[in-house]
Write a protein that binds this ligand. Structure first.
Ligand code: HEC
Length: 187
């Protein structure tokens, strides 16, 4: 093999080694995005119809049961670990780990600098895992239960479920938290 050919073969092999993981992680990101969108697509209508049929008090209990149930069934079906996380968690189980905390802070900074949080996401390889976070922006409807002025009865009810609730005082357009997905890299 002449020198040029040797170089070409090795350059090609190096390209494959770089390109293969990139393609694999791209697939994982697409899969993660679909699962995150499915989560929102199941939860938001349940929340809206509970608000409509029984008001926010009813919606709190629906949210408290439905959100973890959706996360659980998506995890079981897809093999991903699916959860919601927040820097100011309502459910103590939504407290972020170090990786998630870093990404959530980054989302907050980006939003504060004027970037629209809709569709804001981040993915990365973390050790032998693939991780994906999708920001959940605060919309008008969220303010009833996460805003700065929560009705007193509602606030009391929320505190009865979540005595250590931190998830109030938000403004529309901020990032409430994220859907966080984790998968082993080799499945
Ligand atoms: C009717 C009250 C209510 C409304 C309206 C509401 N939430 Fe929540 N939210 C809750 C409750 C209750 C929990 C805790 C659920 C649980 O135990 O997982 C929660 C938890 C969350 C979490 C998980 C992190 C945490 O703090 O525990 C996110 C993210 C979230 N809400 C985003 C939103 C967004 C975005 C909206 C608007 C589209 C919204 N919520 C509207 C009541 C509400």
């Amino acid at each position: 093999m002449d020198r040029f050919c040797w170089y070409r073969t090795h350059a090609f092999l190096a390209l494959i080694l770089v390109a293969l993981p990139a393609a694999a992680t791209q697939d994982l990101e697409i899969e993660a995005r679909q699962i995150a969108n499915e989560f929102v697509g199941l939860l938001k209508p349940a929340l809206m119809s509970a608000m409509k049929s029984g008001g926010p008090e009813h919606a709190v209990s629906v949210c408290a049961k439905t959100a973890p149930a959706i996360a659980g069934s998506l995890s079981a079906r897809t093999g991903w670990q699916v959860k919601r996380v927040s820097l100011k968690a309502r459910n103590p189980g939504a407290a972020p780990d170090e990786f998630e905390r870093g990404v959530l802070k980054e989302f907050d900074q980006q939003t504060a600098s004027g970037i629209d949080p809709t569709g804001l996401h981040f993915s990365a390889i973390d050790g032998n895992r693939f991780r994906y976070l999708q920001a959940q922006p605060v919309q008008g409807v969220c303010l009833t239960c996460h805003g700065p002025d929560i009705a007193e009865d509602l606030s009391t009810l929320i505190r009865s479920f979540y005595p250590d609730d931190l998830a109030t005082g938000y403004q529309a357009g901020e990032v409430r938290g994220a859907i966080s997905l984790t998968s082993p890299l080799n499945r």
